[in-house]
Structure formats: C-alpha cells, structure tokens
Design a protein around this ligand. Structure first.
Ligand code: ADP
Length: 595
C-alpha cells in the first residue's frame, strides 16, 4: 500500500513537473511570439518615419520652384500678355530640366496655360485650360496650392504645387510644377514593401501594390465623388472601395484586404491630409512568429533536455556512489566477518593452549608431588604388610576371633590410600569445559588435601579463617582448583628461602574466605618476602618469572588470570602491611546460593 502511495505521489510529482515545464515553455513561446510582433511593429514604425521623410523631402525639393519662377519678369510679362512666349517656354524648359520635375508651366488668370516646359512635346500643356483644378483656384486666391491627381493632358498622375504670380499687388496668373512620384513607388516595390498613401478622401494615390492604386480605403460619399469628378482628379478611375476591414475579428493592429491579412501601422503626413500606411503581411508575421516560437521551443526543449541529462547523470553518479559505498561496506563486512572468524579460531586455539597449559601445570605439579605421594603411600603399605603378617600369625595360632580389629585397620589404611589416589585422579583429570555449581570451600579443601604433604614437608602452617557459609560459583571445579594450586605453590616457592628451623620466621599461608550477596572473595596470603614493586605490574604476563630456569616458566599466574576472567571474576596481587604477598580473587556467586 505504501509502495502504491509512493508510486502515486511520484507519478503526480512527475505530472506536475511536466505541466510546469509545459507552462513555462508555453509562456516563453507565447511571449517570444508577442516579442516578434512588437519587433515587427517597431520596424514598421521606423519604416513609416523613413518613407514620410523621403516623401516630404521629394515635395520640399520642388516647393520653392513655382515661388521663384513666379518672380521672373519674363514670366510675369508673358502671363500679362506683354512678353514673348518663346522666351518663357525656353526659360521654363531649362529650369525644369535642371530641377528634374515632370513639368513647369504658367497659367493666366482665365486658366489657360500660356507657357510650359513641355511646349515642344505632343503632351504640351500650352493652350490647355486648368481653371477647374483646385491648385489653380487656390493659387489664384493667393495661397500655395497642392493637389494630387491624374494629369488631364498626359494621363499620368502627379503632385501639382502652385504659386500665384503677382504684379503690382494683383494676382495675374499661376505657376505650377508637376512632380511624378513613380520612382518612390518603384523603390517601395523593389524593397518588397507593402506601402500606400491615401489622400483626404481615402483614395490610394501612391502604392507599391499596382492593383490597389485608385481604390479607396472606405466608400466615397456622393459629395466627395462629385467633387473629385469636378476636379477631374482621378479621371477614368472608378474609385471602388478596396474591401478593407480594419481589426478583423476584433484583433488590434490587423487589416484584412480581400483575402490577405496584414499587421499595419499608419502615420499622417504632417502638413497634409494624407496618410501613409505600412503593411506587414500576416504570412510573414506568422512565419516570423513561428520561427521565433520554434527557436524558443527548441531552446526550451534543449534546456529541459540538458537539465534532464544533468539530473540523470547526477542520479547515475549518486547511484554509482551508493553502490560503491555499498560494495565498500560489504567488503568491510566480509573483512569484519573474516576477522571475527579468525578471532574465534584464535580464541579457541588459545583456550586449547590454556587447557593444555593447565594440564601441563598439573603434570608438573604431579611430578613434584610424586615423591611425597610415594612417601604417603609407602607408610600404609608397610602398615598393611605388618597387619597381614600378624593376621597370618593369628590364623596359624587359631586365634581367628582376634582378626576383626586387624582387618578393620587394613581396610582403614586402604581407604586412606584410596583417598590419596582418588585425589590424584581428580587432579589429573581434564576439564570438561562444562560449567557447574562449584563450592569454593570444597575446591579449597581438595587442594589443601592434595598439597598437604608438600606443606608439611616444607614446614608451612596453613591457616584458614572461620567462614561458615558456602560460596557457590558457576564454574569448572578442575579449573578453580588449578587456580588455588597455582597460588599456594607460588606462596610455597616464595617462602622456600625462609629457614623453617627459625621459630620467629614462620612459614604461613593464610586463607581468608568472605562473601557478599553476589560475590565471593578469596584472599591467599603468605609470610614470604612479598612482591617487588617492578614485578607487581608484570605478574600476570605470560612467561614472566623471577625463578631460576627449570624452576618456573612464568605461566602459572597468567593461566590463573585467564581462568578467573573466564568465570567473570577478577584477581589482583598486593603486598600485605605486615609483609608477604596477598592474592585476592573475586568471583560472582550463583544467585541465591549463599547460605
Ligand atoms: P612461575 O611460578 O613459573 O615463575 P607464575 O606466573 O606462577 O610463574 O609467577 C610469576 C612470578 O610471580 C614468580 O616468578 C614470582 O616472581 C612472582 N610471585 C608469584 N607468587 C608470589 C608470591 N606469593 N610471593 C612473591 N612473588 C610471587
């Protein structure tokens, strides 16, 4: 169930991660798409500013021309009918050529053209009447005239700029210059731009798109149409609406013309009623948007991939580290296990060695004791022999009724011998290794019995404290006995140099037993020379001995120490205040055994 829960939460976490990543990508893509649009809008605005200034520069270049020409006296003369037309024509032709305008001409007060730069061409303006043109009426009213329209003579469109000709404060005629702005349109076309200029009525008069020329951006009113007709501004043109829809489906900055969609920017041309439109085809916009989005998408994808890759690598490294750590720990464990096995083996070997040493120690003791034992046994044997001889005599004399005490003596003697050999048997038997309740007092008694003849031979007195209770420890009888044998024999060895004939210097071994609720304390002291200060710290070290070679091997106390430790006890040695050494053994008592 918990596994299921964790899988579930892991799944929901990954899902949340995917959703967040998706959201971030969507936001990035969307904002970059919008960024692309706003960049395009900025470009459009910059282009509009540029094209407006080019248009204004083109117009400004020629604006001065009618003004200057209107001040020429030959022109003034010719317009008032005093001058020579030829001279005026020549003059206009030359100036026009220099300026690069389409035509430069002079109109008299009735609207007739009296002289023109194109006087010698089939499309000559000379003789034409332009009184219907607003630029004429405006200039004749004393203002500068501006007019864009299709030339009635040439059929070519252009911008007409006019200026009044004054003589003695009276307006006597008009000078007009016609500029053709085809080159501007061509430049737009060559640049692949979609640009157009609409006039005050919304008629598209300049455009990079030929099919839009003379179409209107909104339907003309009847009045407007009538005025345009009257001015013959766009003669021969139907001036149909362009079928233009601004902000289709409510989207700002969008323009739909026919089936085409554009992003558009518009700028009024200052000082006129014209508007300059800059259109960016939506195809291009979406292309640009798509490519920017695609780049962002790929970029985001790449970033996500990199992040995933890095994460994957991190995870891989972490798992590698983990498995390396695991392998290290495993190797460590194996080593530890090996070490434990080795230690156990060594421990077992040591125990074996210790057991063997105990045994060896016992055999050594046996060797030393054999003389005493032989002596002990020889006595009863001699006595038995005597008793047997006297029994034989009694039988011969027929005094068989006196045999009873004799046989009793013999049996008592054999019992004594049996007890000696029994002790030896007990002593030489090997430890079973099985722990059992051991009575300390009984063990001590066994040892004293065993060593009694040796103690006696060496003139040593053994004193025991009055301790009534039984001290039962959980141990191995044989090994506990070995402990006491080792200590008592060491005490005897230490006192060997004391002259036992000297009544003052008595050889004594004092055994003191005591017990608390859980612990037995056995103190075995002697009246020997004690232990040297430097020796005290080394006593229990294996092979430490102060005895002559052949006398000791230095294992007794180290074995003793090991045995006491095995039974959960402790042993220490110190010098008694009154002289002599004391060995104090403490052993844990079996629960509830102390009486
Ligand atoms: P060993 O008896 O073979 O020398 P032990 O380990 O039994 O080995 O004893 C080590 C040493 O401890 C002895 O050589 C002796 O110097 C010192 N020692 C042991 N018991 C006594 C004692 N009762 N009095 C003085 N020295 C002792």
């Amino acid at each position: 169930m918990f596994y299921w829960l964790s899988t579930y939460s892991r799944a929901s976490l990954s899902f949340a991660g995917i959703v967040i990543a998706g959201l971030v990508v969507w936001l990035a893509v969307n904002s970059t798409g919008n960024l692309a649009i706003s960049q395009l809008q900025q470009t459009a605005q910059a282009r509009l500013a540029l094209y407006e200034s080019t248009l204004r520069a083109a117009v400004d270049r020629y604006r001065y021309l009618p003004y200057v020409v209107a001040r020429n006296h030959e022109i003034v003369d010719v317009v008032t009918g005093n001058g020579t037309v030829d001279i005026a024509n020549q003059y206009l032709q030359k100036v026009n050529q220099r300026s690069g305008a389409a035509a430069l001409y002079v109109i008299d007060r009735s609207g007739n053209t009296v002289a023109a730069s194109n006087w010698n061409t089939p499309d000559s303006f000379v003789g034409q009447n332009y009184s219907f043109r607003p630029y004429f009426t405006e200039a004749f009213a004393g203002q500068e005239g501006f007019f864009y329209g299709i030339g009635v003579t040439t059929g070519r469109s252009g911008l007409f700029i006019s200026h009044p000709i004054a003589k003695s404060g009276e307006i006597v005629g008009v000078v007009a210059v016609k500029l053709e702005l085809d080159e501007l349109e061509r430049n737009w076309q060559d640049g692949g731009e979609t640009v157009f200029v609409s006039d005050a009525d919304g008629v598209i008069m300049l455009t990079s798109r030929g099919d839009w020329k003379y179409r209107t951006i909104r339907p003309l009113t009847d009045q407007e149409r009538e005025r345009i007709l009257r001015n013959r501004q766009y003669s021969g043109q139907e001036l149909l609406p362009l079928n233009m829809d601004e902000n289709p489906s409510g989207e700002d900055g969008l323009l739909e013309i026919g089936n085409e969609r554009f992003l558009f920017e518009v700028k009024p041309i200052s000082g006129s009623e014209w508007n300059l439109f800059y259109l960016t085809p939506m195809d291009y916009v979406s292309e640009r948007r798509t490519s920017v989005m695609l780049i962002t998408l790929i970029g985001s994808g790449l970033i996500i991939l990199i992040v995933l890759f890095l994460r994957e690598r991190e995870l891989k490294l972490a798992s590698q580290r983990k498995s390396m750590e695991f392998a290290r720990i495993q190797a460590l464990n194996t080593r530890l296990e090996q070490e434990i096995t080795e230690r156990r083996k060594t421990e077992a070997e040591l125990r074996g060695t210790q057991d063997e040493l105990v045994q060896a120690g016992k055999l050594a003791a046996l060797g030393q004791m054999s003389a005493a034992i032989a002596h002990e046994i020889n006595q009863p044997i001699a006595a038995i022999r005597t008793f047997c001889a006297s029994a034989k005599l009694m039988l011969e004399r027929g005094k068989s009724e006196n045999l009873g005490p004799n046989i009793e003596q013999i049996s008592a003697l054999t019992e004594r011998m049996g007890s000696i050999t029994g002790q030896l048997k007990t002593f030489s038997r090997k430890s079973t290794g099985v722990l059992e309740p051991v009575n300390i007092r009984a063990a001590l008694d066994n040892v004293i019995q065993l060593l009694s003849s040796q103690l006696h031979n060496e003139g040593c007195v053994l004193e025991q404290s009055d301790f009534a209770g039984d001290l039962i420890v959980h141990a191995d009888l044989v090994r506990i006995e070995q402990v006491f044998v080792n200590i008592i024999r060491n005490a005897l060895d230490a006192m060997a140099s004391i002259d036992d004939k000297d009544p003052k210097a008595k050889k004594r071994i004092i055994i003191d037993l005591s017990g608390t609720r859980d612990q037995a304390t056995i103190r075995i002291s002697d009246t020997g020379p004690g232990i040297g200060e430097e020796t005290l710290g080394l006593l229990f070290d294996p092979f430490f001995t102060t005895k002559d070679p052949g006398q000791g091997v230095g294992l007794g106390l180290s074995v003793t120490y090991g045995i006491v430790r095995d039974f959960g006890g402790s042993i220490r040695a110190y010098n008694r205040a009154g002289g002599g050494a004391c060995f104090e053994i403490q052993l844990p008592l079996m629960r509830g055994t102390q009486k």
